[in-house]
Design a protein around this ligand. Structure first.
Ligand code: S3P
Length: 164
């Protein structure tokens, strides 16, 4: 059974919208970042520091595979999951919603959040680079694109619902 998968940059609201959408669809919600933290007993920041990004992406690929196999509900992926070609391939056949936002919206929402390891230094420059590197990958896997700029989570959920 196909899942509804949420992709998009960190801070775009995948977890909030994912939970609202799951409630509305009457299905369960799952978040692969949370699955990794639960399985590893470490935070994502700790995994990045201890083992590096490549090791985290390998864990993430396994978490996405398991979540999609076990859980035909709503699944939110981490913002960088689409970087891995195998992870992107796992999304084929599922309904994939890309929650998009512009760089300035991203800076406004998460700019000072240094808990996110990829944004610790010069958030605006890093956001620009992240968006440039990833936008086409989100678009490649998406079956639906929902812009979130200036919208509340409820409005985004409604737009995603309408688009499904
Ligand atoms: C990452 C996004 C994070 C988390 C990790 C790496 C990224 O997930 O997977 O810190 O590369 O963009 P969220 O998008 O849920 O914050």
């Amino acid at each position: 059974m196909p899942a509804v998968v949420l992709v998009g940059p960190m801070g775009v609201g995948k977890s909030t919208v994912g939970q609202l959408l799951a409630e509305r669809l009457g299905v369960g919600y799952r978040d692969t970042d949370e699955d990794i933290v639960a399985a590893e007993g470490r935070t994502i920041a700790e995994i990045f520091v201890d083992e590096g990004e490549a090791a985290f992406r390998a864990l993430e690929k396994a978490a996405v595979r398991t979540a999609l196999a076990e859980h035909p509900g709503v699944v939110a992926l981490g913002g960088g999951a689409v970087l891995d070609p195998d992870t992107r391939a796992l999304l084929a056949g599922h309904r994939v919603i890309y929650l998009s936002m512009e760089v300035e919206e991203a800076v406004r929402r998460t700019g000072l959040n240094v808990a996110r390891p990829l944004l610790a230094v010069n958030p605006r420059k890093q956001w620009r680079e992240l968006m440039e590197a990833r936008r086409h990958l989100y678009e490649e896997v998406a079956t639906v694109v929902v812009a979130t700029d200036g919208r509340t989570p409820e409005e985004v959920t409604q737009a995603a619902w309408d688009a499904l």
